[in-house]
Design a protein around this ligand. Sequence first.
Ligand SMILES: NC(=O)c1ccc[n+]([C@@H]2O[C@H](COP(=O)([O-])OP(=O)(O)OC[C@H]3O[C@@H](n4cnc5c(N)ncnc54)[C@H](OP(=O)(O)O)[C@@H]3O)[C@@H](O)[C@H]2O)c1
Length: 284
Amino acid sequence: MEVSECFTLSNGVKIPSLGIGSSPFGGYSHEAMVHALKHCKVRHVDTARKYNNEHLVAKSIQESGVVRGDLFITSKAWPTDYGYESTKQAFRESLQQTQVDYFDLYLLHWPMSPDGTNTKKLISESWRALEELYAQGLCKSIGVSNFKISDLENLKETWTVIPQVNQIEVHVFNYPKELIDYCNGLGIQIVAYSPMGKGKVLDYHVIIKMAGKYGRTCSQVANRWVLQHGLATIPKSTKCSRVKENCKVFDFTLSDEDMETLDQIHITDYHCVVDLSTVRFDRL
Ligand SMILES: NC(=O)c1ccc[n+]([C@@H]2O[C@H](COP(=O)([O-])OP(=O)(O)OC[C@H]3O[C@@H](n4cnc5c(N)ncnc54)[C@H](OP(=O)(O)O)[C@@H]3O)[C@@H](O)[C@H]2O)c1
């Protein structure tokens, strides 16, 4: 596989297996994004309304010279956008900010409501909005993010389109196998966010040892493990050299035994990197 190689979603849409994240934590680097697109041939870009950087992503894409049709762009609606009309409005604003006339993938960012009430109804209405945008061709695929099995079971009661993607936190400290298996059973592709645990897995002794064995870096082992599980990965770096390094994961294979070793690192009581107590649902 090469950086441009893809997984195929349940609706036939191709998603590049390796993309680049743009989370505002640690800052947005225009230089790194342009480098990823222009020099590393990354064609999958992840942003979100909450990141408040869709306009910066647009500028980087423009400077890279890569044409829209060659890109796979994801954005997401934040819980304060939820509800049928307001999700559509948020979608339109995201299109405008990103300077595109469609998204390749549009997600509901969290299975939550801003005030913790009526969550199931609010999400169901928001999903109906996404189904309509999808039917209109304004997003080529639709999905969810941070949805657990119970959240998907709730949505299942009213969905007419099964989400094509669930974007969730996956790295060697956090390997939610049951959720991944459940999604696989429904044809829902997993996109793994924080594949390096926001950098935290990179100094873990098992990863360091494995990197030495393969003559690779820790980030390459971390991303390779994700890809070999059939999950798309969207590592983020603000540094061009690291972006390049993170892309060089298609010319080696971890053995079955080493995959198994990495699977076992999973910490059962691992708390997701995003501490929900710090997530604010203020209006954007
Ligand atoms: N759907 C969601 O709720 C959600 C939540 C979180 C993230 N995401 C998405 O997933 C993307 C990736 O996740 P993430 O940004 O949280 O974490 P990540 O990609 O796992 O890690 C990013 C961190 O690792 C460092 N890093 C990157 N490459 C490195 C390398 N080769 N060597 C050493 N350090 C390296 C970066 O620092 P430097 O910048 O200094 O290199 C940064 O601190 C996000 O940017 C965002 O687009 C989605």
